[in-house]
Design a protein around this ligand. Structure first.
Ligand SMILES: [Zn+2]
Length: 273
């Protein structure tokens, strides 16, 4: 049933990030489509995680009305990890689910995507998250036993560095390199006393490159709700964004659940730009 719905691209860290779009039962190597004409055609419906199909999601979320108000996936602590309480045995929406999701190793990291930011991620998701955000460099800062502690560290560092990616800046080019080891050392003193034992000594910096042939000049964000048929030459991919000709960018992730047709067409060199 979910087969035709758009979901975020799979990412793989190579010399440049390798992107795969899994749709209609086929795995499309998106890197190989750069320079070609791509078409995304929205059917007019969206599918929620619960399987409900409808014309649009509730309140611009990625959920139906029911899931928006009831699902633990759409609870407040998903967006604000500092509100997590499962480690204390306190339920928000579904304690069993929350225990499984929250009481597991989490990382706090610093990344440079549009300037430096602090973020958190579950166990093995680290590198995937950095690629999804379009980061060019990243370093781990702490490993904690639950989501709440990572949220607490993040909150304490937010006073000094951003906690969100400026996506327009991220899509406008490669950011100036930052000395992340030095940044980490400077920020460590602001980690709350009781959480300092979780700081990681490993100072490995992960460098990430993206398959982009040309960055947009004046970014135009396109959305299926306004433009149900998106067609153009793919010029690159960064984060979860497809970069099209005419400075257009399309956020695949924010269209998860949209039922679409996806197709690719070869274009002759002469008509490329
Ligand atoms: Zn639902």
């Amino acid at each position: 049933m979910m087969r035709d719905a758009l979901k975020k691209m799979d990412v793989d860290l190579k010399d440049v990030v390798n992107y795969t779009l899994d749709i209609h039962g086929a795995n499309h190597n998106m890197n190989s489509y750069i320079g070609q004409q791509i078409k995304i055609n929205w059917s007019g419906s969206v599918i929620c995680i619960c399987g409900k199909e409808m014309g649009s999601f509730y309140r611009n979320s990625a959920y139906c009305y029911q899931c928006y108000w009831k699902s633990p996936l759409a609870s407040q602590s998903i967006f604000k990890p500092e509100l997590c309480t499962a480690h204390l045995g306190i339920e928000e929406r579904d304690l069993e689910w929350e225990k499984e999701f929250q009481i597991t190793p989490h990382y706090v990291y610093l990344a440079n995507s549009s300037g430096i930011k602090v973020g958190i991620t579950r166990g093995t998701q680290g590198v995937i998250r950095w690629m999804d955000q379009g980061a060019s460099q990243a370093i781990l800062l702490a490993e904690v036993p639950n989501r709440r502690f990572s949220g607490d560290i993040e909150v304490s560092l937010k006073r000094f560095v951003a906690d969100v990616t400026n996506w327009r800046k991220m899509l406008s080019g490669t950011p100036e390199p930052v000395d992340l080891v030095k940044m980490k050392e400077e920020l460590l003193e602001h980690v709350p006393e009781n959480l300092r034992k979780y700081i990681l000594n490993d100072n490995t910096v992960t460098e990430i490159n993206y398959p982009v042939t040309r960055y947009p000049n004046k970014i135009k964000s396109i959305k299926l709700e306004r433009t149900p048929i998106i067609e153009g030459v793919l010029l690159g991919i960064k984060g979860q964004y497809l970069l099209f000709n005419e400075d257009r960018v399309f956020n695949v992730r924010s269209h998860e659940g949209f039922v679409v047709e996806f197709s690719v067409q070869q274009v002759s060199q002469g008509t490329l730009f």
